[in-house]
Design a protein. Sequence first.
Lengths: 613, 172
Amino acid sequence: MALLQISEPGQSPNPHTRTFVAGIDLGTTNSLIATVREREVLVLPDAAGDVLLPSVVRFEANGQVTVGRAAQQAEIQDPLNTIASVKRLMGRGRADVGDCPYRLAGGDEGMVRIETAAGPKTPVEVSAQILAALKARLEEAQGGALASAVITVPAYFDEAQRQATKDAARLAGIEVLRLLNEPTAAAVAYGLDRNPEGLYCVYDLGGGTFDVSLLRLSEGVFEVLATGGDAALGGDDMDAAVVALWTARGARAGSPEASRRLLRAARDARERLTGETEVAVDVAPIYTGRLTRSELDAAIDPLIDRTLVACRRVLKDAGVRIADIGEIVLVGGATRTPRVRERVGDLFRKTPLHDIDPDRVVAVGAARQADLLAGNAGAADMLLLDVIPLSLGIEIMGGLTEKIIPRNTPIPASRAQDFTTYKDGQGALAIHVVQGERDLVTECRSLARFELRGIPPMVAGAARIRVTFQVDADGLLNVSAREMTAEVESRVTVKPSFGLSDVEIERMLQDAMASAEADAAARTLREQQVEADRMIEALGAALAADQDLLAPGEREALAARIAALKEARDGADPQRIREQIAALDRASAPFAARRMDAGLERAMKGRSVTEFR
Amino acid sequence: MARNYFELFELPARFDIDLKDLAARHRERIRVWHPDRYAQGSSEERRRAVTTSADLNDGLKVLRNPVSRARHLLALRGISTDEDTDTSMDADFLMQQMAWRERLEEGVGRPEEVTALAALVAQSRDAKESALAGLLDGEQTTDLDRARELVRELQFLERFARELDCATGEVL
């Protein structure tokens, strides 16, 4: 199959083409791309001069995909096919997603899918569209190819969410140099510009996620001491709180469109209240009224409280007192809200830093780190040491979690633990990898299941199975299990249950590149194959069940037809499959008719005693 | 237990080590081995970078904490502390533990009481750690069974100290 070719950074297949590395902030509300040119970070704007690409993607029935401002403008007229805040759905299953303005598909297994006019889309595919748009922006502006990038993720993102982000990059044809935690990126942006030593607290309140991280900078080493936060808390929730206030005052949002308009008005009012103390709100006929700064403050205070609790917890985890904190860095558009600044300042008894635009600071840091990893930044001898945000463990007897790598362990990390069998002669061991802080497996995130087979027969408790976890610098996990006495080994790269398989990714890559025509042909072929399989299976079952109804020679004739259909099914011609299905259908019609008659007869007999008396 | 973390940091296998020196050695090595240094390297180089820096991080964690450091030293001498299977403890030590736990329960809500108890526990840990250093770092091989016992007692005390920490957190 045709895969996108990616050359080594700096080694373009065509020596006249320049390649670039970039930092990408893939945000809930907005996304940005930045690159370093002659030691200066350049946050790249679109043709209209805007650096923020709204993280909104619209899928139309004709296959047209729009990203950014244009998609955002279609949000109100076409709410179900215009996907915003998709980051919240990354690496999530159907059961994880509560209220959502889209039509969701997908059962209990696998990542949630969004039904659009252009078919079901995974959050990975939607994010890949955003990344591809940023890639195109850079390539147009710089006249070269984007070789690879550092992409930022919330520090609180779990394994499945990180893997989904990496998958999206792969789908967009971007090689990931490193997944970098957003707060770390922000500190990189400030640290490199000023270069003081000490403790930083990064308070990042974006559109949909809240992160707080404690970092120590000394001698060019950035060390993440602890992280915390809430993967589902942000400016969107503030908007929702404002809408709830208006609903209590009589606003009626009956349709998805109306609630979008209300949310849009809430965001607008919130932004205007940064400079004003009272604003007029006009969302006629749904709602008209006024909103004051103090009403807004009261509405969002409970949300700010949650962020401050997370801050205290992180300080406690790291064994750091508030007085030890040197600087507080504010990140994310929602930190422009005066009430947020005020209360963060109160907690830390210090005015937070905000002189780098809180919307750009993450992209700036990511670009610097990309430059460094590409080997371009000669002078800066900086190293980032990250920690794992959530504990990794496995399920043990009784549905309990045994933590193998605890939260806030520096990465890369590896840890081994021995387990044993609980039954005599047990030949296999099921290993269920989970992530989370709770003791019950059901309250943690399930990442993967695999089996270690071929354990030689032993009495219960005699086998010694060593399970090894290895986490790389991106926070992604590899697990292996090995029976030590017999040297049986089983190894998996954890593909989170909510992630996508390699096969799925390849299918998506293929889908993305094939023309619409080829796409349709592939679908037709697949449909005919499914139909053929269904028919072969049904007829096989019928032949086995009702051999006595077959006429002489009929079995052989049908078997020949089945073989012919099987052959066509394994080919690539949907028309041939269709013909063979029809032929088998005709050939088996008499047999099918006799089976129906016999079935009817049996049914009558069975009921005769009780009902036809 | 094949890996010797002391060798990884080029330190003598002793219980009494300088934690600042350990941290500096870790930093020096992680600077060289971190996967970010091999972002453009071959896949074999990257694999080695991940494994080595994971070992360095793990080694730092094991050696930084006195209980795991002592356990590691005993393991290097072929002695397992078996906390999971062997639960026998010195009777006097257990009595003292029970008495302290009662004091903690009674002391909840009285910060000065909890603080006094915490000081007592810290004192006991210091004493046991010095004893352990004497046994593990002594010239000739001495009573390793006693060292094993001390490690297990320290493990108990460490857990109790954490509970005390939480209790002080609550009253403050």
